[in-house]
Ligand binder design. Structure first.
Ligand SMILES: [Zn+2]
Length: 254
């Protein structure tokens, strides 16, 4: 669908850019993305992608807003406490940009959701903003099988990390390669260890940027892990290695 007059005004700062322009904005407008988890990462991701004009955004999270969320989850207000996060988020995003479609899915992520919106192929990208290994594994497996780009991030305390996989073009190296999936140790998370709000903002902004690169067609960092130490203000970038015994992308499943 071509851009209308409102779009030309709204997205004028994209249209000025040679590597986005009208063709790039149309790619964003036609994209369908799924954000899993509307917490400290999902809030900035949803805001930036809605503002950027990503045309169809599905929001998945079963939780309700709690007062302890307000220190970092920037979509919600004090009066939202007790309300469904996805319902509040949808209202805010549609107020920001009524030209896009936002759907609220108030339940745990599952294979049915990950299969994509009804009557379409799979999502253009899935953004993993969850805080538990089981959900991350489920999302990774579905994205790998459906060749859907996956952008995953996490943050605890002062530290954040992000890794993204372009499964459209790369069939080796996935999220399961880089975590100890047999570990029974409980994961550190924001609920038991605390987290600094702006660190989540940094990681969510990086996720949004990676999504835009994926959608615009110039993402080249498959399996590159970036770590941010907010306390020291330092970055570390490393290329993850393929696990040849990975149950998802290993030799038996090409
Ligand atoms: Zn793998």
């Amino acid at each position: 669908m071509p851009l209308n007059d409102d779009d030309f005004m709204r997205y004028s700062r994209h249209l000025l850019m040679g590597d986005i322009g009208e063709a790039g904005q149309e790619k964003l407008t036609q994209a369908k993305v799924l954000i899993v988890g509307l917490g400290g990462l999902g809030c900035p991701v949803a805001l930036y992608l809605a503002a950027a004009g990503v045309g169809h955004i599905d929001l998945c999270d079963p939780d309700r807003v709690d007062k302890t969320n307000l220190q970092r989850q920037v979509l919600y207000r004090t009066e939202d406490c007790g309300e469904l996060k996805v319902a509040c988020a949808k209202d805010r995003l549609q107020a920001l940009n009524s030209g896009i479609t936002v759907n609220a899915l108030a339940r745990e992520v599952d294979v049915e959701i990950l299969a994509g919106p009804p009557l379409t192929e799979s999502y253009s990208a899935v953004i993993d903003c969850t805080d538990n290994v089981a959900a991350r594994q489920l999302i990774n497996t579905a994205c790998y099988q459906q060749k859907t780009p996956l952008i995953s991030a996490a943050a605890v305390g002062w530290e954040g990390q992000i890794v993204a996989f372009d499964f459209r073009h790369y069939r080796r190296l996935c999220f399961s390669c880089i975590i100890d999936y047999k570990s029974t140790e409980p994961m550190m998370n924001c609920a038991n260890s605390g987290v600094v709000g702006p660190v989540l903002g940094v990681m969510g902004s990086l996720q949004s940027t990676a999504v835009m690169r994926m959608l615009l067609g110039f993402f080249e960092q498959h399996g590159e892990l970036q770590r941010y130490d907010g306390k020291r203000g330092q970055w570390l970038t490393m290329q993850c290695a393929v696990d040849p015994r990975c149950p998802i992308c290993g030799p038996t499943d090409s």
